[in-house]
Design a protein around this ligand. Structure first.
Ligand SMILES: [Zn+2]
Length: 273
């Protein structure tokens, strides 16, 4: 989302908001202030927090949007009149520019908010950014008893990691996804901090290098271990393993991360029976 925010800023540099068309399901999560309150306002800057991108306008209002897994943005010039499948909204800007927010599939998780000054909307309660000094301090000192993989996915503890990067970060740090923060020694905690910085920086570089569409769901192709159970570990060559949950899976290398121990996969053991 960081690279996406950068591209939106580039595309809309100096733009004035001219109007919007709601196109599909109720993607707009707020009703006050109304989107019409943005008409005539000039875009000042774009930034990202966790998986949310904010468009800040010179009248103090902002648009926040979230793409979810299957969402994407299309840049249109001139603006189209079409209503593509999965379209959520089209925002029209000066000089014949428009941004179309859309989502593939049926999850209906992509959305947008119009927020008044001081209102954090969906960003309220988000933890510090993963690469911030604040979170590094947390990793160095916390006695959190949750599994690190769980903690990294909790947006109230740390923003912007998610399950894909959680797998890659733990693999990089050579730590078990089932280890807890309080069980780590100082050296292991430093490894975790360094891995977070490296993996997220590399992810950002790859995103910046991508051409064309802005969908999120192609990101998976670029993970190091996430989604790659059964593939040889890039460090040691043993097969990567998975633990499956209802909504996600955890991928790890037993040799590199758990001292050779294979973590129980309930779904797999059911299949074996
Ligand atoms: Zn390995």
């Amino acid at each position: 989302m960081q690279a996406l925010g950068e591209r939106v800023e580039e595309w809309l540099r100096g733009a004035t908001f001219e109007g919007y068309e709601p196109l599909g399901f109720t993607g707009l999560k707020t009703y006050d202030p109304p989107p019409d309150a943005l008409v005539g306002a000039k875009l000042e800057r774009v930034d990202r927090r966790a998986k949310y991108v904010s468009l800040w306008f010179d009248n103090g209002l902002r648009i926040v949007f979230h793409l979810s897994q299957a969402g994407r943005l299309d840049f249109e010039s001139p603006p189209k009149r079409t209503k593509p499948k999965g379209a959520v909204a089209r925002w029209r800007f000066s000089d014949g520019r428009a941004v179309l927010l859309r989502e593939h599939g049926t999850e209906r998780k992509a959305g947008w908010w119009v927020l008044a000054p001081g209102d954090d909307g969906p960003l309220e309660g988000l933890g510090p950014e993963a690469t911030s000094d604040e979170f590094a301090e947390f990793v160095r000192t916390a006695t959190d008893g949750r599994r690190i993989h769980t903690l990294l996915r909790d947006q109230r503890t740390v923003a912007g990691v998610g399950r894909g990067y959680a797998d890659d970060v733990l693999h990089r740090a050579q730590l078990s996804p089932y280890a807890s923060l309080k069980s780590l020694n100082a050296e292991e905690r430093e490894r975790l901090i360094a891995a977070l910085h490296e993996v997220l920086a590399e992810g950002l570089e790859r995103e910046r290098g991508r051409e064309g569409g802005l969908s999120q769901n192609k990101l998976g192709e670029h993970f190091t271990v996430h989604g790659k159970a059964g593939v040889p570990c890039p460090r040691c060559g043993d097969d990567l393993k998975r633990v499956s949950y209802e909504s996600h899976e955890v991928v790890y290398c037993p040799r590199c991360q758990t001292g050779g121990k294979v973590l129980a996969d309930r779904r797999l053991s059911r299949l074996v029976k």
